[in-house]
Ligand binder design. Structure first.
Ligand code: TYM
Length: 332
């Protein structure tokens, strides 16, 4: 059976980008067609300046939102990365296979290190090695597929390279995985700056729809989305990034494709109000279920406890095998 691994990092509140680019696909399709593991990858949240209490709160919230989105703990394994030691154990071995040049070529590293330095901060070494930990997340479970948004495909490519290199050097150990981004909304853009990704770690909130935004906040953000000085509704991400982003969001919510939908609109205003209502409707059940789950935190805790136990059982033998393969003496 196909195995899937994917994760969200608790660096901010989950966004519409996370939902359309990844989480919805996990909940609606992936968990039913494959053996699936979904992690709140909290170790990744420590790669930039962080507040310990906030990371803890966001980790709980992310886990609750995964369940609220419809991920069923009877179908899929939901867990917190730091509860399973195998991730960090394997990451070190993979650091011994990866090169620093490879790490420095990662687009997200380049962007984030520039941002950290511009803020006057220093760049944590873990930001550079982040993709190795991500590779460990995936390879520890011998996952075949990694459903992620487009921004993560370079990291999955690196994961493939590391798996192949390790297998060639030390013998067949890892499955070589592939990224499976969604067909529509693989890269949802910021509503105020439609040439950059809608990202939960960005500071500005006006261009980002959060999964837990109240309906009126969602409406306001979408109605105020930046478009362009034209008036024709056409899907053309290069020339009309704002309008194209709205069409993409609408298509993801209602089905269909953005080009076809563009024909149905004569004004930007009509497109915006339909998109706003479609997003409000999409988020409503997730928000309702989130409220119910918040009333019973012990349920979420129990799901995470069982998830971590199952995940450890799956990753343990693979990571032990990798330790032996590179020549480390087994403990006696
Ligand atoms: P993260 O937490 O930034 O995002 C979680 C998922 O949401 C997708 N995504 C988007 N998709 C479309 N449009 C957007 N604007 C958008 N923003 C985010 C991401 O592509 C991702 O699928 N490095 C990962 C977390 C991670 C991981 C892993 C993922 C760590 N280890 C192993 C898969 C497998 C990250 O930062 O995702």
């Amino acid at each position: 059976m196909t195995r899937i691994f994917s994760g969200v990092k608790p660096t901010g509140h989950l966004t519409l980008g996370n939902y359309l680019g990844a989480v919805r696909q996990w909940a609606e399709v992936d968990q039913y067609r494959a053996e699936s593991l979904f992690g709140v990858v909290d170790l990744h949240a420590l790669t930039v300046e962080h507040d310990p209490g906030r990371v803890r709160r966001l980790s709980r919230q992310a886990a609750t939102l995964l369940l609220a989105s419809g991920i069923d703990p009877e179908q899929a394994t939901v867990f917190v990365q730091s509860h399973v030691d195998e991730h960090a154990r394997l990451s070190y071995l993979l650091e011994c296979v990866a090169t620093d040049g490879e790490m420095r070529r990662m687009i997200q590293y380049k962007e984030k290190s520039v941002r950290e330095r511009a803020r006057g901060g220093s760049v944590r070494l873990s930001l550079l090695t982040y993709p190795v930990l991500m590779a460990a997340d995936i390879l520890a479970y011998r996952a075949d597929e990694v459903p992620v948004g487009e921004d993560q495909t370079q990291h999955v490519e690196l994961t493939r390279d590391l798996a192949v290199r390790f297998n060639q050097r030390y013998g067949q150990t890892f499955v070589v995985p592939r990224a499976t981004p969604p067909k529509v909304a693989a890269r949802v853009m910021d509503l105020q700056d439609p040439t950059s990704k809608m990202g939960k770690s960005h500071d500005a909130g006006a261009g980002i729809v959060y999964l837990l935004d109240e309906p009126d906040v969602v409406r306001k953000k979408i109605l105020r989305a930046v478009t362009d000085s034209g008036s024709e509704v056409v899907f053309d991400p290069e020339a009309k990034p704002g309008v194209s982003n709205l069409l993409e969001i609408l298509a993801a919510c209602r089905g269909g494709n953005p080009e076809a939908l563009s024909g149905a609109y004569e004004s930007y205003g009509a497109l915006k109000s339909d998109t706003a209502e479609a997003v409000v409707e999409l988020l409503r059940p997730v928000q309702e279920r989130h409220k119910e789950l918040m009333a019973d935190p012990s349920y979420v805790e129990e799901v995470l406890r069982r998830g971590a136990e199952r995940a450890r059982g799956m990753a343990g033998p693979t990571v032990d095998g990798a330790y032996r393969a590179v020549g480390l003496l087994p403990p006696t």
